[in-house]
Design a protein around this ligand. Structure first.
Ligand code: NBP
Length: 485
């Protein structure tokens, strides 16, 4: 057989993501082998969606591998977790040194780190690639966040950059992220930011519905208008569509139960932020907001105890809608600031050398958080790759200054009228803390030293010198270990 007859890549997993990625690869001229644990799905795929294409099927792992060019590239699009380990174990006996396994599922980056390390020792290349954009993205251009063994990237780059979403300038939303679990880490933060963006929109909706008394039609129009501003994004666009969507029973959004589901990637982001000591409060609050929404029966009981809130209706004036739009913009800037702080810290801890401009580029199109806003983040990091914090960039500083009074107005009204705004208030609290030179943590340190002899540093003394006061006159000079974290 001539080399040309061998396939470029195999994809394992023929659920929604796998099938669409295969069709996308086929559209771009790559020959793909399709395989699935339940092999009847391979035949079904070939007879239906893949009919008339260049895609070939396999009925076993051996059959799949025998159809591939070397080094063989096998992409797993299966359920994240143990299933990935099971497939790796099943593939290993049949692979040669230099072959490449690619995990495109929503794997936890710690699992990817572990797999990279294990497979490196066996001479097998491993990539963990974050894939975003759902079914449509997979089919016509996802955002792809590849990480893992750097040496394997050159072998798959041409395929992934071809199938990825493109910006208007033609740049691929797929750039090398970094070693180990970097790709899946960045995908995790993407999902965390997605939680934040969605929660912010929901809080604005709640305010507009309850305080301003706006109808679905007005909500749709307002989100539609906002989509013409610097809030322009996929999530704002679909929100406008959702408020316009009716079926034979009326507005679908109004009959959906108010309990949010989740698959855990927002929670992973919040856990990671806690572990790395980064104040990613807006995403954490967005995860908690989903938890509290899920406690429907407790909330219903609580409302009967404390009474339904009286919602005053104030006029949906252009001024207040302008304030709300500015609030969303402000809170979005804070959320991305926090997400970038987390990535910057993770990059240091894991030695990833993340490229922050490229990350904004990867999220610019193809994924759920795609927005014009990301162009400005890319510009900020392109202008200054060492930018310490997004809030230090002049463009974002201008937007924050311009929106500050609006967010204070909306947050105050939300509290006055009993509208829960955990993400919006997290944003303004973070901003006020982060931009305050002297916080009340001096008292906190005094309390810690008082009850636990935990020591403190002093204002006009060098950092790293720790002092203890005998607060209760015990004449004891014994202090505890000084902790700075
Ligand atoms: P699923 O996450 O539903 O996984 C389905 C695939 O996993 C099928 O091929 C299924 O084989 C296989 N599988 C399962 Br389930 N249990 C298995 C087991 N014990 N052993 C072997 N194979 C098993 O598919 P998906 O929604 O297409 O997602 C694929 C990956 O992409 C996931 O990691 C997901 O988190 C990620 N992702 C999904 C989206 C999205 O919008 N859906 C977006 C981005 C990333 P079978 O046919 O034999 O049961």
């Amino acid at each position: 057989m001539h080399n040309v007859e061998f396939a470029d890549i195999a994809v394992v997993g023929l659920a929604v993501m796998g099938q669409n990625l295969i069709l996308n690869m086929n559209d771009h001229g790559f020959k793909v082998v399709a395989f699935n644990r339940t092999t009847s799905k391979v035949d079904e795929f070939l007879q239906n969606n893949a009919k008339g294409t260049n895609i070939v099927g396999a009925n076993s792992i051996e059959d799949m591998l025998s159809k591939l060019k070397k080094p063989r590239r096998v992409m797993l699009m299966v359920k994240a977790g143990e299933v990935v380990d099971q497939f790796i174990d099943a593939l290993l006996p049949h692979l040669d040194q230099g072959d490449i396994i690619i995990d495109g599922g929503n794997s936890n980056f710690n699992d990817t780190e572990r797999r990279v390390n294990n497979l490196q020792q066996k001479g097998i290349n491993y990539l963990g690639v974050g894939v975003s954009g759902g079914e449509e993205g997979a089919r016509f251009g996802p955002s792809l966040m590849p990480g893992g063994m750097t040496e394997a990237w050159d072998s798959v780059k041409h395929i992934f950059q071809a199938i990825a979403a493109k910006t208007l300038k033609g740049e691929a939303c797929c750039q090398w992220v970094g070693s180990g679990g970097a790709g899946h880490f960045v995908k995790m933060v993407h999902n965390g930011i997605e939680y934040g963006d969605m929660q912010l929109i929901c809080e604005a909706y709640h305010f507009m519905r309850q305080v301003l008394g706006m109808s679905n039609r007005e909500l749709s129009d307002t989100f539609g208008r906002w989509n013409q501003t610097n809030l322009n994004s996929y999530l704002i666009e679909i929100t406008a569509n959702i408020f316009n969507f009716t079926d034979e029973h009326g507005y679908v959004v109004d009959r959906i139960l108010d309990t949010a589901g989740q698959k855990g990637t927002g929670k992973w982001t919040a856990i990671n932020a806690l572990e790395l000591g980064e104040p990613v409060s807006l995403i954490a609050e967005s995860v908690f907001a989903r938890y509290i929404s899920a406690q429907k029966s407790a909330r219903t009981h609580a409302e009967t105890i404390y009474g339904e809130k009286e919602h005053k209706t104030i006029e949906a004036s252009s001024e207040i809608l302008h304030d709300l739009q500015q609030t969303l913009l402000f809170a979005k800037i804070i959320s991305y600031t926090q997400g970038y702080m987390l990535m910057q810290q993770a990059s240091k801890v894991h030695n990833w050398s993340l490229n922050y401009g490229d990350i904004a580029l990867m999220w610019r199109e193809g994924c759920i958080i795609r927005s014009v806003f990301l162009e400005k983040i890319k510009a900020a990091f392109d202008h200054n790759p060492q930018l310490e914090n997004l809030l230090f960039d002049d463009y974002f500083k201008g937007l924050i200054q311009q929106s500050l009074s609006s967010v204070r107005n909306i947050a105050a009204k939300g509290i006055t009228f009993g509208i829960p705004m955990p993400a919006i208030t997290a944003a303004i609290s973070f901003f006020d803390s982060f931009t305050t030179k002297r916080l009340p943590a001096n008292l906190l340190q005094a309390q810690r030293d008082y009850f636990g002899a935990h020591t403190y540093e002093e204002v006009n003394k060098p950092r790293g010198e720790f002092y203890h006061t005998d607060w209760i006159g015990s004449n004891s000079n014994v202090s505890s270990t000084s902790y700075t974290d």
